[in-house]
Design a protein around this ligand. Structure first.
Ligand code: SF4
Length: 320
């Protein structure tokens, strides 16, 4: 299996709406989703997230050629190179606009997004809230380690008030954000929290998130063993607690998200709501059109297909 626009299998004509993730013909194992060897610090929680994503992708029988992972900047953003599908390593905080654009352009793809707490809840916070309310059908994993690891341990939007780091000796001088409560408030239809030390639960959450029709937010507690010496694996062992409430109950989910006495894990909330695609009155599929991704092996064909699609949108727009 090759990464990138190598020889691609013939793609079926895109159906009118986003289908469930498409199975590939031959069974894949998580090894088929292995890319380059990670250069994270030994023991970094992001290893657990990567393995869980690879296992979930294999269990879901995702086709690597029809799966796209968009990532932001930070240690975790490097995961694009380690997870063997198509991928875009974007700029700081813009992972969700990227992923949204990919899904809007080709709803038949399985689109994943990943990044860190600094990327997603700092510079990318506005995008996070709007992705929740738009209910774009993508799965967003945040590797939350409460610190900016790539830039030597500055405090991040989720750093506890009383935590000090070498780079931020006075601490964050601010109240930490609560990503789970924010997602619930903004209208997310799938809100979950995993822990990179609990593979079984995390694999299950990712599978459920990808199957969910709409925006799936999975915050993953992913220890930074180099710069966060407070929220360690030992600390999580004492503080992680599986949620047991009914995930269709928004008030109960909000109560769990706001419980400062524990780190809840599991599915906090799930609801059905029309997706961005459902609400955006898509154009009827042109049966004669070449799908741009399928034509990517031939740049001239890809350009012509994109041009044809764009012209179709313009005609539709002018006719309104
Ligand atoms: Fe992981 Fe922290 Fe090392 Fe970055 S600095 S790779 S987050 S352990």
């Amino acid at each position: 299996m090759t990464r990138g626009p190598g020889p691609l299998p013939a793609a079926p004509s895109p159906p009118p709406g986003p289908p469930a993730p498409g199975p590939v013909s031959a069974a894949l194992s998580f090894k088929d989703f292995k890319g380059k060897d990670p250069i994270w610090c030994p023991g970094c929680g992001d290893f657990g997230v990567l393995t869980a994503m690879q296992k979930a992708a294999a269990n879901l029988e995702l086709d690597p050629n029809r799966t796209v992972l968009a990532t932001g900047i930070g240690c975790s953003g490097n995961i694009t190179a380690y997870f063997r599908t198509f991928g875009i390593h974007g700029i700081h905080g813009r992972v969700l606009p990227l992923a949204t654009g990919v899904k809007a352009a080709n709803p038949s793809l399985t689109v994943l997004a990943a990044g860190g707490d600094g990327d997603g809840f700092g510079i990318g916070l506005g995008h996070f809230l709007h992705a929740c309310r738009r209910n774009v059908d993508i799965t967003y994993l945040v590797m939350d380690n409460q610190v900016y690891g790539l830039t030597k341990g500055q405090t991040s939007p989720t750093t506890p008030t009383d935590m000090h780091t070498k780079a931020s000796p006075l601490g964050p001088l601010a109240t930490p954000l609560n990503p789970l409560a924010l997602a619930l408030s903004a209208g997310a239809t799938f809100v979950a929290q995993g822990y990179s030390g609990n593979q079984k639960e995390l694999v299950d959450l990712i599978e459920r998130g990808v199957r969910h029709k709409g925006f799936s937010f999975i915050n993953v507690q992913s220890p930074c063993v180099t710069y966060n010496l407070v929220n360690t694996y030992d600390w999580f062992k004492q503080n992680v607690q599986a949620a047991t409430h009914d995930p269709s109950d928004w008030d109960a989910a909000m109560a769990v998200a706001n419980d400062k006495g524990r780190v809840p894990t599991g599915l906090l909330f799930q609801a059905d709501r029309p997706t961005f695609h459902d609400m955006s009155h898509p154009l009827p599929a042109d049966p004669g059109a070449v799908e741009p991704i399928a034509a990517a092996g031939d740049p001239a064909k890809a350009l012509a297909a994109s041009r044809k699609r764009f012209d179709g949108w313009l005609d539709e727009f002018r006719a309104r």
